[in-house]
Design a protein. Structure first.
Length: 183
């Protein structure tokens, strides 16, 4: 089974950082993600996705983002339910963030002014496969071979996403017609 969510959007409010009874940090935030098409008025609608991030990455996220920050997140979709004070069953769907990247330069200095500053959950696999740079100290992620993608998959060495077998010397190409596409 595959349950992966990769989103790029802007924070609708400052992240809310709380701590569980045993001291584990958890931050919640809502990400506004623009849709790819325009509505009847020619404007882009947005989806507002609830997100949760845990532990040290939650503290980092709270410290380095604010309302309006452009971020990329990667994680999994999770559903849960509970009974509210009125006795009604409430269902919640949210993204549990495992990796995130700041996609704009920080305005107040102190961070890499080049743009993207990825953080991760400690697994040395930052969002987008980039090296980490934080406060002038750089920590490189685990080396990746040319045949691996950013999210653990593999691609042929010629970067042809729809090729079959070893395509170094004329492997077969997969022929996909428009009728076979699900969209």
């Amino acid at each position: 089974m595959i349950n992966r969510a990769v989103l790029t959007g802007r924070l609708t409010r400052d992240p809310e950082l709380r701590f569980t009874a045993n001291g584990t940090a958890v931050a919640t935030f809502t990400l506004a993600v623009d849709r790819q098409f325009r509505n009847q008025n020619g404007e882009r609608d947005a989806d507002f996705i609830n997100c949760v991030i845990w532990r040290k990455p939650a503290e980092n996220f709270k410290n380095f983002t604010h309302k309006g920050s452009l971020v990329g997140v990667e994680g999994r979709i999770q559903t849960r339910n509970y009974e509210n004070q009125q006795g009604n069953r409430v269902y919640v769907t949210e993204v549990i963030v495992e990796n995130f990247a700041l996609l704009e330069p920080r305005q107040n200095g102190g961070m890499n002014q080049g743009g993207q500053q990825p953080f991760n959950d400690g697994s040395n696999q930052p969002f987008g496969g980039q090296s980490q740079q934080f406060g002038g100290a750089q920590q490189n992620s685990a080396p990746q071979s040319d045949s691996s993608s950013n999210f653990g998959g593999s691609m042929p060495s010629n970067d042809a996403p729809f090729s079959a077998g070893d395509n170094n010397d004329g492997g077969k190409k997969i022929d996909v017609s428009d009728d076979e596409l699900p969209f």
